[in-house]
Design a protein around this ligand. Structure first.
Ligand SMILES: C[S@@+](CC[C@H](N)C(=O)[O-])C[C@H]1O[C@@H](n2cnc3c(N)ncnc32)[C@H](O)[C@@H]1O
Length: 202
């Protein structure tokens, strides 16, 4: 049988510190979680075993990755089948009555057009409960500055790939958040010049 599971090399480098940080910052252990851009599905698979009382809805823009996500999460009682989701679409989920407590968006907003970032804040309000956390993991700029030389090089590489891609500035993300009733929450420094940025309802 063909193994649909894809492997992301960066997952193995970063998952230890990410999981440790999530244990520290996720206080609602029964949370309903939606993940944007689940990619291979390795993150959601690990989180579902780390947080057995939470329930997870993985989503992915690239329809060819859905099988990988479902393969990694096979047998996990607290993970739903992955759904196709382009965050720029008008309606995210066919069941519009669904509400979540946590939104995870890891390594997405720098490697997609800016409209992906603004769309997340435009639409998330409809699907998130009042006491919610939106967590963005990856590289960010702070006050227009890269936080490391390697991030500056990464930014150049992203823009060469697509001029619409690029490491986002926390201030710009915060403006997009504020336009939709969200505000910057805690900022968590992570290894390899990454951060987890929290956003909450304003
Ligand atoms: C580098 S991958 C990150 C995958 C995974 N989160 C991880 O950390 O390994 C970038 C992700 O951005 C997602 N993405 C790009 N455009 C998107 C869109 N319009 N809506 C939702 N996700 C999008 C891709 O589908 C892809 O999963």
């Amino acid at each position: 049988m063909i193994d649909a599971r894809r492997d992301s090399p960066s997952f193995h480098r970063n998952i230890g510190p990410i999981t440790a940080k999530l244990h520290a910052i996720l206080t609602n252990r029964q949370a309903r979680v939606i993940e944007i851009g689940s990619g291979s599905g390795q993150h959601v698979a690990r989180f579902s075993s780390e947080f057995p009382d939470m329930s997870f809805q993985p989503t992915e823009y690239d329809e060819t990755a859905l099988k990988s996500i479902d393969a990694w999460t096979q047998g996990a009682q607290n993970v739903r089948p992955a759904l196709h989701l382009d965050v720029t679409s008008e309606t995210w989920l066919s069941d519009t009555s669904q509400r979540f407590d946590i939104l995870l968006c890891f390594n997405v907003i720098h490697i997609s057009p800016w409209i992906v970032t603004t769309s997340i804040f435009d639409r998330a309000g409809e699907y998130m409960n009042e006491e919610c956390q939106l967590l963005f993991y990856g590289a960010f700029k702070i006050n227009g500055q890269h936080t490391s030389e390697s991030n500056a090089e990464f930014d150049t590489w992203l823009k060469d790939k697509d001029p619409g891609f690029g490491i986002r500035d926390i201030a710009d993300i915060s403006k997009a958040a504020a336009q939709n009733g969200f505000k910057l929450g805690k900022s968590h420094t992570m290894p390899a010049n990454n951060f987890i940025q929290e956003f909450v309802r304003a």
